[in-house]
Write a protein that binds this ligand. Structure first.
Ligand SMILES: [Zn+2]
Length: 197
């Protein structure tokens, strides 16, 4: 079916940036949350590529499976907090704890492991990236004005978060060219169907 083809095309699509905050850019790496989600961070290498593309690490970085889990965990906490903000609800407490913990991570803070080792510089670079994303999330969610501009894409299968910086602040889709045009095509088809009845 076309869905499979569309999904594999989406999965191989490049990452998207420019959603108004690195926190939102990360949130969008799980696409189409409103229907069948498409995971762009499926493998540790995907996480490495994303961190590099986002400019959050200098040079190369190696992630293992648990680091990838951490990155996705932060991402999903950001998404849930963002959705709560859009809905006018309180942020989920466990997600708040998670981003607050991540916000304390920085390259300058060596982390002692349970086996008495201090994490290698590469690992600290990863922590620094998580810290940067989490602090960006806190700056965004903690700012009343920015929080008021936060939207959830009205294209149902997308449900992606974005900051509405349009002049009238009435933006409905995360991307006019993608979700906006898909929504318009769907509305057009629906009108045709209705007309045929
Ligand atoms: Zn969208």
């Amino acid at each position: 079916m076309t869905t499979t083809r569309a999904q594999s095309r989406l999965a191989s699509a490049p990452f998207r940036f420019g959603y108004g905050s690195p926190a939102l850019d990360l949130a969008v790496t799980l696409r189409r949350r409103g229907s069948t989600p498409i995971e762009l961070l499926a493998k540790p290498e995907d996480g490495e590529r994303w961190l590099q593309a986002a400019g959050l690490v200098s040079g190369s970085i190696r992630l293992d499976g648990s680091a990838l889990e951490e990155l996705r965990g932060l991402r999903d906490a950001i998404y849930r907090i963002g959705r709560a903000a859009v809905a006018g609800l309180a942020p989920p407490a466990s997600d708040v704890r998670l981003i607050n913990a991540a916000a304390r991570l920085s390259a300058d803070a060596p982390q002692l492991g349970g086996d008495w080792t201090v994490k290698a510089p590469r690992a600290r670079q990863f922590d620094a990236a998580l810290g940067t994303i989490a602090r960006a999330a806190i700056a965004l969610f903690g700012d009343e004005r920015q929080r008021a501009l936060l939207r959830s894409c009205e294209q149902d299968d997308c449900a992606g978060l974005f900051l509405d910086r349009s002049r009238g602040e009435r933006r409905r889709w995360c991307s006019m060219s993608r979700c906006g045009s898909r929504a318009k095509v769907a509305a057009f088809r629906q009108r045709q169907k209705d007309a045929q009845r």
